[in-house]
Design a protein around this ligand. Structure first.
Ligand code: OXD
Ligand code: MN
Length: 580
């Protein structure tokens, strides 16, 4: 046995001694293992088979009703010094956190199976990929990890070669919100999660490893781990350019990653590389190269329909796991926005009654391999990643923020990302619809002090010759009547077209204090003549509103204290001064 496998084996034995499972199972990621676990869960009621004619090999999982979203207030970053976690994270001293978690894990797997799940985040043969091992007592987690990561034997072989891996220990515990914690120990490359089976809390490769731990590693090693989709846009001349875009949870990353061009845009194609997480590495030519560390989508179901995201709907008709959706009379998965039908049963398994609220939970999800997506590109398996031409930040802002603007340079772009704000959604527990600052859409996911993170972003200016340009978009602006002003979805391609033309030096814009704004003649709006008046609101700078915004941004930066890089403060002051 190699030394790495001996270390892994020893850790598994230590965890088993603490958690006392009935048996230990090393997962190989095979099809037969998947079938066996699915059958086990069907038998014990954890999975319900869906209609085999319309949705072969699809299952419904109903979670505990108190366990339906990420729990940011129970998620901690346990660095030796509190300042390293920063005000953007909950912090606990590592010793205290270990004690607390050991007490929870003690004997928690009695009567259960301990699964050992080796996984690789990113293409197995990419130098940018990183491995981990999750120990869990949940077969639901195992089958989801099989979809979301490169899991099993090839990952184990890579761990042997790499000589290191992130350790993740997970137990669903009693699913008691009072005994629920998601702890990160970046200095030990370790994650411990107890008391939740929900994706973002339990599939440890995703938010815990690929964002919180990876962002820490990325800072040390000179790359970026980001909450971004990756999409390729092919123009009618057959050239494909890639963009990475950061939006907070449930703000349309999956829809943008799978966009279908509008009818006016014959000859354009959109290629999906990733819909949630992006690791960006400096390449030999001074550009940033992106890989998607995941291999599946864990997407928000409600709002996904034939009009809004036909590619997602086509992805979901076989081999998918649905969590907390409703079902129709003939046992098909259903959620608000899918069709005009009335479901038979809601997400809690009750007969559907509109008086009980939405039929599908607002944060109900699908888990599915990205390979099933009609717009999937095998560039997602390219070990070298894809070169990024533009980085896009965006949030849900019903007022103030224009449809699109371009930062004037990298430093300004970092300020634009750092000052992002968005209305909260159902992806995390807590109030929905409250505007909060969510720098780079990483507020819940950055594994270290945001002030240091901003500094790390700024440092790329010196490291790289051909940095992507940085843009900000807002698809969610509303008019006085409360309706969205921009049609969104496929029509967002028009904005991406302008963005890529700007990168190629082919599109005009007007310079304003907040950056470069397109005039209406700079955008390809063929077929959208009806938008007329809305465009004035979408493309105009509200100086007074932006003065207030910049003042607020100044206050927000101050909340991170002395560690905030001077360059970022002076950039905020520059933009504020230029607004008069
Ligand atoms: C997600 C999230 O699940 O951001 O992707 O919450
Ligand atoms: Mn996400």
């Amino acid at each position: 046995m190699s030394s790495q496998l001996a270390i892994l084996n020893q850790w598994v034995q230590e965890v088993a001694a603490l958690t006392e499972p009935d048996q230990i199972r090393w997962c190989d990621g095979s099809e037969s293992e998947r079938r066996e676990l699915e059958a086990l869960m069907v038998e014990n009621g954890d999975l319900l088979p869906l209609n085999p004619d319309t949705h072969p090999d699809c299952f419904l999982h109903r979670s505990d009703p108190s366990d339906v979203a990420r729990v940011e207030h129970l998620t901690y970053v346990c660095t030796r010094h509190a300042d390293d976690a920063g005000p953007n994270n909950n912090w606990m001293a590592p010793d205290e956190a270990h004690q607390k978690m050991d007490a929870l894990f003690k004997g928690c797997m009695r009567g259960r199976t301990l699964y050992v799940v080796p996984y690789c985040m990113g293409p197995i043969d990419s130098p940018y990929s990183r491995c981990g091992v999750e120990i869990t007592d949940s077969p639901y987690v195992v089958v989801n990890m099989r979809i979301m990561t490169r899991m099993g034997a090839p990952a184990l072989a890579r761990i042997e070669r790499d000589g290191r891996f992130v350790r993740g220990l997970h137990s669903i515990g009693e699913l008691d919100p009072a005994r629920r914690f998601i702890m990160h120990f970046p200095q030990e490359l370790m994650i411990q999660s107890y008391g939740s089976g929900y994706g973002g809390n339990a599939l440890l490769g995703k938010k815990c490893h690929a964002l919180r731990i990876a962002s820490w590693q990325a800072r040390q090693e000179g790359w970026l781990a980001e909450h971004m989709l990756i999409v390729g846009i092919e123009n009618p001349a057959g050239e494909t350019h890639y963009v990475a875009a950061a939006f907070p949870s449930a703000c349309g990353k999956t829809n943008l990653a799978m966009l279908i061009p509008p009818e006016t845009h014959q000859g354009w194609k959109v290629w999906t590389v990733g819909d949630d997480i992006c690791w960006l590495h400096p390449g030999p030519d001074g550009r940033l190269y992106a890989i998607n560390p995941e291999s599946g989508f864990f997407g928000v179901a409600p709002g996904t329909g034939r009009k809004t995201n036909p590619n997602a709907v086509a992805t979901l008709n076989h081999d998918a796991i649905f969590t907390n959706v409703a079902v129709t009379e003939d046992n098909r998965p259903w959620w608000e926005g899918l069709s005009d039908e009335t479901p038979a049963t809601d997400w809690q398994g009750r007969d559907y009654d509109p008086a009980n609220g939405p039929a599908a939970h607002p944060n109900s999800r699908f888990t599915v391999s990205m390979r099933q997506c009609p717009s999937f590109t095998d560039q997602a398996d390219n070990p070298a990643g894809v070169p990024i031409s533009a980085i896009i930040f965006g949030g849900r802002r019903e007022s103030l923020v224009p449809l699109v603007f371009e930062a004037r340079d990298w430093r300004h772009g970092v300020l634009v990302g750092a000052s992002m704000a968005s209305e909260t959604t159902a992806a995390a527990t807590g109030a929905v619809g409250v505007v909060r600052r969510d720098s780079m859409a990483m507020k819940p996911f950055c594994g270290y002090n945001f002030a240091d993170y901003f500094g790390h972003w700024l440092s790329f200016d010196e490291r790289l010759q051909n940095l992507p340009r940085i843009f900000h978009v807002n698809w969610f602006r509303k008019g006085d009547d409360g309706k969205f002003l921009w049609p969104g979805f496929g029509d967002n391609l028009r904005v991406l077209q302008w963005i890529l033309d700007r990168c190629a030096g082919k599109a005009e814009a007007e310079e304003t204090p907040i950056g470069f704004l397109p005039r209406r003649e700079d955008l390809d709006l063929r077929g959208l003549e009806k938008l007329n008046g809305a465009l004035d609101t979408l493309l105009t700078l509200d100086r007074e509103g932006w003065r207030r915004e910049l003042d607020e941004i100044g206050g927000y930066l101050n909340s991170f204290g002395d560690r905030v890089p001077e360059a970022l403060r002076s950039e905020q002051q520059r933009v504020r001064a230029s607004l008069g």
